[in-house]
Design a protein around this ligand. Structure first.
Ligand code: FAD
Ligand code: PHB
Length: 399
């Protein structure tokens, strides 16, 4: 049996960031990941980092490549009715910005820092199981290199994503799960072609939603709204580019540059929050306990925000024995989590072609909302505040 202070399950953004936050405070951790290093470093996912995420990664000493290669954006475009409208994010938020930098690059930087620090990070572990989270001596059992091992911990951090084992290992009746399924999915491509735009374009069209994002001055990332049961085999590259061009089309004729696709896939969309985010000695963080549709670009940023709160609470507990931060973990995280839930479902419903809209009422509402956001300073400022990352402050009450 081995021992550590905090056993971390999952080496995604949540687990790796938590490992780094605790390591710099002298708290021992072991990270267990069921996939290979190559797999986690090449899984194409998020791209938009909020200012707070960038600041934290920088503070943790893993921001050097991100500063060099990341693309700082000060605005986004909302396109509808064949016209583009800019939301000036930085002007509306006192100078805050977003950074485009691939999630797998963040993961590579965090893994490199972890390995350099010498702190343990095991890939390709199997049969991970949690035991004793309801008493004071939790244990993680797992197999690695063909051998079984047990890891005794003070605390377990469940950072193993939506399909992980930590959330389902809680006894029945502990969690209340709030969820919404969407009748949409995203078909995403990574393409070896210079972006056709300087800023992200979120596009509403009668053919469905489309998003133009990017990873570098040479690589574009694009998404199309499709049905959840769509088969990627029915989408040869030509069809994807043609559909993208039709959706992004403008009154004055806008041209999308196309190029070879490097990766493509279909992702379903859902909203989920499981509460509480803790039970006994188990603390859940990131996608392991909440999911948002990607339209608000919030998932990775929320994962990082959860572990920042968790790390602060653990440091306090180890330093002084004060567990008030740990006890408040769920409530502290949930304010941002639910704000992001609302924002993500709001963006999704404003931009995606409804599945069922016989008289066209839903479509007219969407256009009214888009027009309002693009012409009211207050509405645009609200979108911008959420998009760059909302920081909760105390809720004022009457005297
Ligand atoms: P994960 O990244 O899922 O990491 C969990 C890790 O745990 C994985 O490495 C997994 O292999 C491992 N694991 C699973 N089971 C076990 C087990 N039993 N034992 C050990 N390890 C295990 N978010 C944004 O903020 N901005 C965006 O622009 C954005 N765009 C997105 C676009 C798409 C197409 C998708 C799909 C997602 C997007 N997201 C975005 C969401 C973001 O990718 C996730 O929210 C983020 O990955 C969550 O990080 P995590 O560490 O909580 O979970
Ligand atoms: C991405 O670049 O992958 C991306 C950008 C914005 C989103 C979602 C994903 O809302």
């Amino acid at each position: 049996m081995s021992r550590t202070q905090v056993g971390i399950v999952g080496a995604g953004p949540a687990g790796l960031t938590l490992g780094q936050l605790l390591h710099r405070e002298g708290i021992e951790t072991i990270i267990l990941e069921d996939r290979s290093r190559h797999y986690v470093e090449h899984r194409v996912r998020a791209g938009v980092l909020e200012q707070g995420t960038v600041d934290l990664l920088t503070e943790l000493g893993v921001g050097e490549r991100m500063r060099r290669e990341g693309m700082v954006h000060h605005g986004i475009e909302l396109r509808f009715g064949g016209r583009g409208h800019r939301i000036p994010l930085s002007d509306l938020t006192g100078g805050r910005a977003i950074t485009l930098y691939g999630q797998q690059e963040v993961v590579k930087d965090l893994i490199a820092a972890r390995l350099e620090s010498g702190a343990p990070l095991l890939f390709e572990v199997d049969d991970v199981g949690l035991h004793g989270v309801e008493d004071d001596h939790p244990v993680i059992r797992y197999r690695h290199d063909g051998a079984e091992d047990e890891l005794a911990c003070d605390v377990i951090a469940g950072c193993d994503g939506y399909h992980g084992i930590c959330r389902p290992s809680l006894p029945d009746g502990v969690l209340t799960v709030y969820e919404r399924e969407y009748p949409h999915a995203w078909l995403g491509i990574l393409a070896d072609v210079a972006p056709s735009t300087e800023e992200l374009i979120y596009c509403h069209s009668d053919r469905g939603f489309a998003l133009h994002s990017m990873r570098s001055p040479e690589v574009s990332r694009l998404y199309l709204q499709v049905d959840p049961d769509e088969d990627i085999a029915d989408w040869p590259d030509e069809r994807i580019w043609e559909e993208l061009q039709r959706r992004f089309d403008t009154e004055d004729g806008w041209t999308l540059r196309s190029g070879p696709t490097l990766e493509k896939g279909i992702t379903p969309m859902r909203s989920v929050v499981a509460e509480p985010m803790q039970h006994g000695r188990l603390y859940l963080a990131g996608d392991a306990v909440h999911i948002v549709p990607p339209t608000g670009a919030k998932g990775l940023n929320l994962a990082v925000s959860d572990v920042r709160y968790l790390a602060a609470a653990l440091v306090e507990w180890y330093r002084s024995g004060d567990d008030s931060g740990l006890q408040a973990y769920t409530a502290t995280c949930l304010r941002r989590v639910w704000r992001a839930q609302h924002f993500s479902q709001w963006m999704t419903s404003m931009l995606h072609r409804p599945q069922h809209d016989p008289g066209g009422y839903e479509r007219r509402l969407q256009l009214a909302q888009l027009e309002y956001v693009c012409s009211s300073g207050a509405a645009a400022a609200s979108l911008a505040e959420n998009y760059v990352g909302w920081e909760p402050s105390p809720i004022p009450s009457r005297a």
